[in-house]
Design a binder for this molecule. Structure first.
Ligand code: HEC
Ligand code: HEC
Length: 477
């Protein structure tokens, strides 16, 4: 699915985008036009057209900055894209809406309109609204890291669909619609954009000449014909895209190579082979340096701010000394902490996950040695005797924080900076797999003073399993 969406569909759309204009110019040259409507309601047209065109130009520049910044791992560029995008987005959106209003309001114009006059605007309004919703309401800033690196992988002809598969849903919708728009573009009057008046820059003053003297000036490069303008424009755009894919150095990835699998003797984190994937998948929340300093940390989509990975303090662990092991970090990356706002990355290969764990290890300043893994043994049968033993243990050990029914409302909960999980509502971040629940009880959840859950390693193994059995059978939904 993600392969079709993020590795096949984009190429299909881009092919249509670049090839159809040529076919169209050849078959129906005189339809390569905007069909002027300037004689109707000029005032509204002026406002709509100015807002729309300047908005689109700002957006094109902004996207270029954002994509290049995303590929190079430059937070400030991605940041600049945000502001340019918001301003350009609102301009283009209002221009687009005004244009539709004008089209509907003026009867002559309504009669002249064709399907694509509306289709283009409806699609654009959808694309712009999704992006503006994500930026202004959800306050998600760094999605250009996902999209930039993914686009570069397309232009390099080594698509990495996993980067888009791990992007926020609204980014995915925005990008999918944008590619649909690219495919639709050459079939509409928008195709006129390809006939950019580049020849105005080089052509001599208009004069009636004979064909014999048509290309008398060499530097005109035969730019005079529509086909050559189209060719030069498209070749320029394609060359720019290839340059983004093939020439820009991506941190952590040797130029032009898809995935370096093995570890290198990297001195800084950006040299690690997994760093490119970290940029593309994690940087929008944890920051390019992993320190959690991202503007979107104030976003309402996070229950807690994304963790500062340089400090460690990892909480969902399976070791006797409470220090996260590589296996724990791997589990977090694969499954995410959905109730906390971190998505899982189940579609990454084991090598990719391992390369990310290597990045976290490198970011983590003075990482202590993780203790041995807690031995949970095989999951027992959850018999009713085991469940009722678990229910007693829960009442004596857990309900002070988690409440008698597990709703996170025990007497001690009120004073805690991190609310004990509402287990009855299934708010379990690191998953309800029995072995994971065993680890949570046996290892506790280390955290800042007052926020942690103590370890219950003093309970014998069958007792811990009984608590897990009780959680699974009677508490969790
Ligand atoms: C959508 C934002 C988001 C993305 C993307 C994201 N994280 Fe997180 N991450 C979070 C949040 C929020 C938390 C804190 C969750 C909590 O404690 O409830 C977190 C916590 C973590 C933790 C701490 C786990 C623990 O045991 O305490 C690690 C490690 C981590 N993230 C690594 C990654 C890696 C690696 C990636 C990229 C593959 C990534 N994250 C992508 C938001 C994100
Ligand atoms: C001192 C208070 C305290 C006690 C006692 C306590 N917990 Fe917790 N528990 C917490 C807090 C706080 C969290 C939330 C941690 C977070 O979301 O970062 C939590 C979270 C959990 C989670 C969810 C883990 C996840 O992946 O999100 C489980 C399961 C859990 N506790 C089970 C238990 C069980 C079983 C007991 C008794 C054996 C127990 N707790 C005792 C404070 C406590």
């Amino acid at each position: 699915m993600s392969l079709a969406l993020w590795a096949v569909y984009p190429y299909l759309c881009m092919t249509l985008f670049f090839v159809v204009p040529f076919i169209r110019l050849r078959k129906r040259p005189f339809e390569f036009t905007t069909r002027a409507t300037t004689m109707f309601n000029r005032r509204l047209l002026g406002a709509a057209s100015l807002l729309f065109h300047w908005g689109i130009i700002l957006l094109l520049v902004g996207h270029a900055i954002g994509i290049v910044g995303g590929v190079l791992g430059l937070g400030s560029w991605v940041h600049a894209f945000f502001w340019i995008g918001v301003v350009g987005g609102f301009m283009a959106l209002s221009g687009s809406i005004l244009a539709v209003v004008r089209r509907l309001a003026v009867p002559e114009l309504r009669a002249l309109s064709q399907h694509d006059d509306y289709g283009v605007h409806i699609l654009l309004i959808a694309i712009l609204s999704v992006a503006l919703y994500q930026s202004v309401i959800q306050l998600i800033w760094g999605a250009a890291f996902n999209a930039g690196l993914w686009l570069a992988s397309l232009f390099r002809f080594q698509p990495e669909p996993e980067l888009m598969a791990g992007a926020p849903l609204y980014t995915q919708i925005h990008v999918f619609l944008a590619f649909t728009f690219l495919a639709y573009f050459p079939f509409t009057k928008l195709v006129h954009a390809w006939t950019l008046p580049v020849n105005y820059l080089v052509r001599p003053y208009q004069s009636m000449r004979t064909a014999r003297r048509k290309f008398q000036r060499r530097f005109e490069l035969a730019l005079r014909t529509d086909t050559s303008v189209l060719t030069y424009s498209i070749v320029t755009v394609v060359a720019l895209l290839l340059a983004v894919g093939l020439l820009l150095p991506t941190p952590g990835r040797p130029r032009g190579m898809a995935q370096a699998g093995t570890a290198t003797s990297a001195t800084t984190v950006v040299d690690l082979p997994g760093y490119a994937l970290f940029l593309g998948s994690c940087a929008r929340c944890h920051g390019v340096k992993g320190d959690g300093q991202v503007i979107s940390k104030a976003s309402p989509v996070f229950a807690v701010p994304p963790r500062n990975l340089t400090q460690g303090h990892f909480r969902f662990v399976s070791t006797t000394n409470g220090v996260a092991s590589d296996t724990d970090l791997q589990h977090t990356v694969q499954h995410g902490l959905p109730a906390g706002g971190m998505p899982g990355f189940p579609f990454l290969s084991d090598d990719q996950v391992a390369s990310l764990v290597q990045v976290i290890d490198h970011l983590w300043v003075d990482r202590p040695a993780p203790g041995p893994e807690i031995q949970a043994g095989p999951v027992p049968q959850f018999t009713s005797a085991l469940v009722s033993r678990g229910s007693e243990l829960f009442a004596t050990n857990c309900s002070v924080c988690h409440g008698p029914s597990g709703a996170g409302d025990g007497p001690a909960a009120a004073n805690m900076p991190v609310r004990p999980a509402d287990l009855a509502a299934g708010k379990v971040k690191a998953g309800t797999d029995p072995t994971q629940l065993y680890y949570r009880v046996a290892a506790g959840i280390p955290g800042d003073a007052g926020a942690e859950m103590p370890s219950f390693a003093f309970l014998p193994e069958p007792d811990i399993w009984s608590v897990v059995a009780y959680l699974k059978e009677d508490v969790l939904p």
